[in-house]
Ligand binder design. Sequence first.
Ligand SMILES: Cc1cc2nc3c(=O)[nH]c(=O)nc-3n(C[C@H](O)[C@H](O)[C@H](O)COP(=O)(O)OP(=O)(O)OC[C@H]3O[C@@H](n4cnc5c(N)ncnc54)[C@H](O)[C@@H]3O)c2cc1C
Length: 322
Amino acid sequence: MTTRGQEFLAQFGDSLSMLRGRVTPDAEMEKVTWFRAGGRADALFQPADEADLSAFLKIVPRSVPITVVGIGSNLLVRDGGIRGFVVRLSAKGFGTARAISETRIEAGAATPDKHVSGVAYDAGIGGFHYFHGIPGGIGGAVRMNAGANGTETAERLIEVRALDRDGEVRTLSNAEMGYSYRHSSAPSDLIFVSALLEGYTEEQKTIRASMDAVREHRESVQPVREKTGGSTFKNPEGTSAWKEIDKAGCRGLMIGAAQMSPMHCNFMINTGSASAHDLELLGETVRARVLENSGIKLEWEIKRLGEFRQHAQVQEFLGQLI
Ligand SMILES: Cc1cc2nc3c(=O)[nH]c(=O)nc-3n(C[C@H](O)[C@H](O)[C@H](O)COP(=O)(O)OP(=O)(O)OC[C@H]3O[C@@H](n4cnc5c(N)ncnc54)[C@H](O)[C@@H]3O)c2cc1C
């Protein structure tokens, strides 16, 4: 029997055979996301390097959807899976970082943030200790304006190199990234391949102390060893998401095996084999209860991708009139 993924790939004939990266039909996205939940992508493409990614983008017509993912630490993939291709940059082709001056670092988009904070430490570059506690990669940090400990990526980015949907190189300055809190308004079809970042000179012992403080603080207040997606909702103006969730009585709330962490109630966790449906239903239940309790409309920080399973849609705010 032909699978959905094989059928999807058949439309490309042998045109994909020239690619050096790996093409996987029916890719299990639960293996990619930190939540360890979600359906299959029609196909996953892991380019070998930038030239390979560019060739892929030129082959695949615009009518075929392409979704890019990073390390998967901020993603909820729905149980019905993702139509079209998912692109995930390989560590081999995109996962290195190096200091190129006393204050600047060049990092491939698949480099883990934590590794970049180590490179900065080795070179005596301050301002990257916050990366020590964020489990994603540079592509995700650039897209999400990842931040912690009073610093965000928008303060460190000089420019980013990207490929557009036609496989052409584009370089975007910090201003062109259109940054706001956990958001960039850069075109959504861009695939970031590397970033030029800038910190400041700092003594290594000061950097080490900041990195240790970040790690210790996280381990004491966040469920970092759980299957989670980090902060579920953005902090609303003038308050914290966790305070509103707590006030609405949702700390520890469970649906199936999905739970609002008793340790940090803005972290949603998969305590066992929660489905993406359980997790999203829990999130929308929390949004509905917070709305009812304090009139605040929490906004998802976690990116939700893909399709619901048939007859298992989850309505925003559970369909409440808002
Ligand atoms: C325990 C835990 C703690 C966390 N703490 C923090 C925190 O303190 N601060 C914070 O900001 N976040 C935090 N997060 C969330 C997450 O780590 C960040 O948002 C991170 O930047 C996401 O990177 P990623 O590589 O995992 O991206 P993914 O989750 O894979 O993707 C996130 C988004 O980025 C896009 N993207 C990824 N790579 C690329 C690319 N190469 N080109 C274009 N778009 C791309 C995806 O399309 C998606 O929209 C935490 C998560 C966990 C699990």
